[in-house]
Write a protein that binds this ligand. Structure first.
Ligand code: A3P
Ligand SMILES: CCc1ccc(OS(=O)(=O)O)cc1
Length: 296
């Protein structure tokens, strides 16, 4: 599939300890590393394109007791400070978090080895959502086509190589997922899968509710399931990122809420790419007990 983006100037990534990150994040690295977590912080952690926005809306709906109007108070981008967000002159993610009353819900794409140490020191709660690598790669490809702050992905064939080599923002999918999976029993981690939320949203939302120490009754949970469906969130201006400026997210290239399915990789991967990817996957994930589902 030879789908290419228009040529343009996009800022290159820079690295911290071998992990490529947006240059503005690297510029702000000392503030990010010095972030002071609090024991009652809940940190939403994801590799990009794994369902961050979806889990943010679920968490907020739980936090607001299923009150749809309260979830409309501000766009999803501004509800949970994005820890490593740095776009001067806007306040950074760290500035926004510092100004937020406790208990705070924050979000990050950082791999475990780059997380500010205070999160471990304070034994915070981590809510990790993982999505199968192939769908993640496809979603990230389309996101890089439209996100003007990330490098141009080139053609699908080129992007496939960039992605398997881990040269994308926030680094290798393999290292990210393995890192969070390996520490899940040592810390307070609720480890969820995008595919499970898709298959049985009520059951997974209940897990999130319990992890947050909340107790909502059946009808409220049913409302949360309904309001956080792909169709509802795609139509909702508070969750579909439609207010993001075009110079950041150009949704005429690809919508943020694109397909929201499991198995779209089959429309992108050639047979040869699938075989090569499966081989790489086997090598990189050898020895881990994690299991992903790539179709429903
Ligand atoms: N309510 C929902 N149900 C299913 N998928 C959702 C969703 N909300 C967002 N997504 C999907 O999650 C991906 C974005 O992830 P993130 O929020 O981490 O950037 C996109 O995937 P696709 O590009 O495959 O459609 C988006 O469509
Ligand atoms: C400002 C809107 C925006 C920018 C980047 C986003 O994605 S990610 O958090 O970098 O993965 C989402 C929304």
């Amino acid at each position: 599939m030879a789908l290419a983006t228009a040529a343009g100037t996009r800022p290159p990534l820079r690295e911290v300890a071998g992990v490529p990150l947006p240059a503005t994040t690297v510029d702000n690295w000392s503030q990010i590393q010095g972030f002071e977590a609090q024991p009652d912080d809940l940190l939403i952690c994801t590799y990009p394109k794994s369902g961050t926005t979806w889990i943010q809306e679920i968490v907020d709906m739980i936090e607001q007791g299923g009150d749809v109007e309260r979830c409309q108070r501000v766009t999803i981008q501004h509800r949970h400070p994005f820890l490593e967000w740095a776009r001067p002159p806007q306040p950074s993610g760290v500035d926004r978090a510092a100004a937020m009353p406790s208990p705070r819900v924050l979000r990050t794409h950082l791999p475990t080895q780059l997380l500010p140490p205070s999160f471990w020191e304070n034994n915070c709660k981590f809510l990790y959502v993982a999505r199968n690598a192939k769908d993640c790669m496809v979603s990230y490809f389309h996101f890089q086509r439209m996100n003007q702050t990330l490098p141009d992905p080139g053609t699908w064939e080129e992007y496939f190589e960039t992605s398997v080599s881990g040269k994308v923002a926030w680094g290798s999918w393999f290292e990210h997922v393995k890192g969070w999976w390996e520490i899940r029993k040592k810390f307070q981690v609720l480890f969820l899968f995008y595919e499970d939320i898709k298959r049985n949203p009520k059951q997974e939302i209940q897990k999130v509710m319990q992890f947050m120490g909340k107790n909502l009754d059946g009808p409220v949970l049913d409302r949360i399931v309904q309001e956080t469906s792909f169709e509802k969130m795609k139509a909702n201006p508070m969750t579909n990122h439609s207010s993001a400026p075009k110079w950041i997210l150009d949704q005429s290239i690809s919508p943020f809420m694109r397909k929201g399915t499991v198995g779209d990789w089959k429309n992108h991967f050639t047979v040869a790419q699938k075989e090569r990817f499966d081989e790489i996957y086997k090598q990189k994930m050898e020895g881990t007990s994690i299991h992903f589902c790539t179709e429903l």
